[in-house]
Ligand binder design. Structure first.
Ligand SMILES: Cc1cc2nc3c(=O)[nH]c(=O)nc-3n(C[C@H](O)[C@H](O)[C@H](O)COP(=O)(O)OP(=O)(O)OC[C@H]3O[C@@H](n4cnc5c(N)ncnc54)[C@H](O)[C@@H]3O)c2cc1C
Length: 420
């Protein structure tokens, strides 16, 4: 391998640090530079547990400087634009940085402005979200005295698509423990048509929904939060089914205006805000028609510029945006870059869309959804070593994995470039 080759990585989140670590570990003669403006790195998957009061927020944060692998040059700055014809990335304060290979791993951004009133609701603390402030979610749950507890998600792609429903299950379990379940309506309203795309997981989750008497509202797309009156407005998107939407007792206080507009009062509201690629990606020549980074779904190589790769939440991959997916994407990107440096062609490894979602279904219980592009259920054979033979069913050992095992593996293996 040519010792002078420069790999430039944008973003020091899950994907950026993992790529940097693996490159440094396996290809010491490559020069790696990382552009990252933040001084703190977060283990976001534990925010679901923080929101339910069962994980310490401080333990999800570590100084960026401790995680950037030795030998990697850290440019503490923001990338602001691309000049791919000249192999340059523009930065806010460090001018143009050049590269032989570029890895784009900027993650995504919250876009609350896409739902009217949401920004104000979050700022005033009327709305809570594990995506922006999980400690606040826990405060809201603890102060909840009964009434409508509404959990919802937007129509845009989001990271960890299961997170909006995980906190609904934990809340329902918490209300049960606290003895206020009979005066609480837990509502899970989603633009989707089913609770989860993968069949065996869906069956288990519908049992969970029924166990907690959760009001499951499919085809509900939130578009406005009335912060003063604590009402959330949805469009009902399953045309033709509208008449069945509101049940006869209307114990949730819903009202319908016209054929598609539904409003629902709330006593607490948890939402996943709408999400998008960062603006400088959306407006760049690297974006696809929807603003996400345009990459080949199997090789993760940019569709126009062969020396650019992309992975993680920013990439336009038709699978769930999770850290678990990134775990399988990193070896493909690293192998492709290393092979291109050697023989100017891509390597043999391909990404098959693997992603996983640890669906916490209550305190001490979890189901592990693992799947590929085709939506096949693909449980990791290593689970058997943990005596978990049916990960599509609730299991306390999976909860232990989520609370203790995965954070340990993340900090000590994955971020160090070690395959797990
Ligand atoms: C509540 C919640 C629950 C979740 N649960 C799970 C789970 O159970 N399992 C799971 O696998 N995943 C889960 N996830 C998703 C997971 O955390 C993300 O998919 C993963 O962190 C994405 O990694 P990334 O590197 O693409 O982006 P991030 O980790 O978000 O990192 C992006 C980095 O890029 C930097 N950046 C942004 N813009 C620029 C710029 N212009 N220039 C330079 N740097 C820039 C940012 O500062 C950031 O450090 C969850 C996420 C949330 C919020």
């Amino acid at each position: 391998m040519n010792s002078k080759k420069e790999v430039l990585i944008i973003g020091g989140g899950t994907a950026g640090i993992m790529v940097a670590a693996k490159l440094r570990k396996e290809h010491k003669d490559v020069s790696v530079t990382l552009i990252e403006p933040a001084d703190t790195h977060y283990y976001q998957p534990a925010w679901t547990l923080v929101g339910a009061g069962t994980f310490d927020f401080q333990k999800t944060a570590r100084p960026m400087k401790d995680l950037i692998p030795q030998g990697v040059k850290w440019v503490m700055d923001k990338a602001v634009g691309f000049d791919p014809k000249n192999n340059l990335v523009k930065t806010e304060s460090n001018g143009d940085l050049s590269y032989d290979y570029l890895v784009v791993a900027t993650g995504l951004v919250m876009e609350p402005s896409m739902i009217e009133g949401l920004q104000e609701g979050l700022e005033k603390g009327v709305v809570c979200s594990n995506y922006t402030d999980p400690k606040h979610t826990w405060e809201v749950l603890r102060n909840f005295k009964g009434g409508n507890a509404v959990f919802t998600q937007p129509t845009t792609p989001i990271k960890c698509g299961g997170a909006p429903q995980k906190i609904a299950y934990l809340a329902a379990d918490y209300f049960r423990k606290k003895g206020i379940a009979d005066k609480s309506n837990v509502i899970f309203a989603t633009p989707g048509t089913v609770i989860f795309g993968v069949k065996p997981i869906r069956d288990t989750l519908m049992d969970v929904v029924n166990r907690y008497h959760i009001h499951f509202k499919p085809s509900y797309s939130p578009y406005r939060v009335d912060v003063q009156n604590k009402i959330i407005h949805f469009k009902h998107t399953a045309v033709g089914e509208n008449r069945c939407v509101i049940n006869e007792d209307n114990d949730l206080g819903e009202s319908m205006v016209g054929d598609t507009d539904i409003s629902m009062p709330f006593d607490m509201l948890h939402i996943a805000p709408p999400q998008a690629a960062p603006k400088f990606i959306r407006e760049s020549v690297l974006a696809d028609g929807n603003g996400w980074l345009s990459v080949n779904h199997n090789t993760l190589q940019h569709n126009k510029y062969p020396n650019i790769f992309g992975l993680g939440d920013v990439a336009d991959l038709p699978t769930a945006k999770t850290g678990a997916a990134i775990r399988k994407q990193v070896p493909v990107v690293v192998n492709n870059i290393a092979t291109m440096m050697k023989i100017n062609s891509l390597g043999q490894k391909e990404y098959n869309g693997y992603s996983s979602c640890p669906l916490v279904t209550g305190y001490g219980k979890m189901v592990l959804a693992e799947f590929d592009y085709a939506g096949n259920f693909t449980p990791d054979p290593k689970l058997k070593r943990m005596f978990v033979f049916n990960s599509d069913k609730e299991h306390w050992r999976l909860w232990m994995l989520k609370k203790y095992g995965l954070p340990y593996l993340y900090w000590n293996k994955m971020l160090k470039g070690i395959d797990v």
